[in-house]
Ligand binder design. Sequence first.
Ligand code: F6P
Length: 309
Amino acid sequence: MRYEELKPGLFTGDILRMGGTILGTTTHGDPFAYPMPDGTTQDISPQFVSGFQELELSGLIVIGGDGSLKILHRLAELGGIPMIAIPKTIDNDVPLTEYAIGFTTALSTAVEALDRLLPTAESHERVMILEVMGRDAGHIALSAGIAGGADVILIPEIPFDIEKVAAKINRVRERGRNHSLVVVAEAAHPLGEDARSYITTQGYRRYGGIGQLLSEQISERTGSDTRVTVLGHVQRGGVPSSHDRIVASAFGVKAVDLLAEGKTGRMVSWQHRQVVDVPLDEVNQRTRAVSLDDTLVCTARGLGISLGD
Ligand code: F6P
């Protein structure tokens, strides 16, 4: 068994400024179907439970996105382990919380990318397309597109019509601006078609390629010079935003308090500028997509941004 004792001396203040994980954890290690070197999978969940018992821990605070939290909840129930969860994913698609740690950091990277793309868009009179992550949810694309002044934002929740996207680019040009910014979420897809994805050799579904497709189709339909930037994993690391540091701090304090109160099976959550706790059972039943009447969807439409529909 490998473990790291989290002594106060380990925290010199640096951790607040770091992205990533100090424990070396991964989302790709389902203990109920753990990938073995020979390509098979094995249920190693009993090792997890016995490890918890051997270390004589009183409870667990776990941090992750919806997939990880589902697995961890199952493990906790299996071993009768008191557990409090903290939502953390750049996708921001964990239900019952307005924020998951990592989202606003990824968002600022995406907005910075748009800030950097604009000068070339202007000087070269181009349509610059930025493909961002988020899996099945369009939170990063929607927020980044608004904050970065995009003309078109395409998200998985609103299947797009390429003719409407092209019409928007043409309208922008007719009004005298020869450049545009387009933000597309990795799982955005045309109406009636699936998102572009493939299954890795390890059996995971990965999204990608929609930016390139859009670039070709916009260029064909509008005659514009188009270029694609796929932001990729640059969104995942980096120095945490101040908002993420604040939310993470508040979540950490609340999680410790809940465990101390003897609570279990709860997730800390950010709702209306309050840290509250919600049942993990409910969190695990769904994911939080962008709803069609979301304030930011209305904001984008109000600003004249095309959502491709
Ligand atoms: O869930 C977080 C996330 O960054 C998604 O936005 C993205 O699709 C995925 O992870 C990328 O991870 P991987 O490289 O393992 O496919």
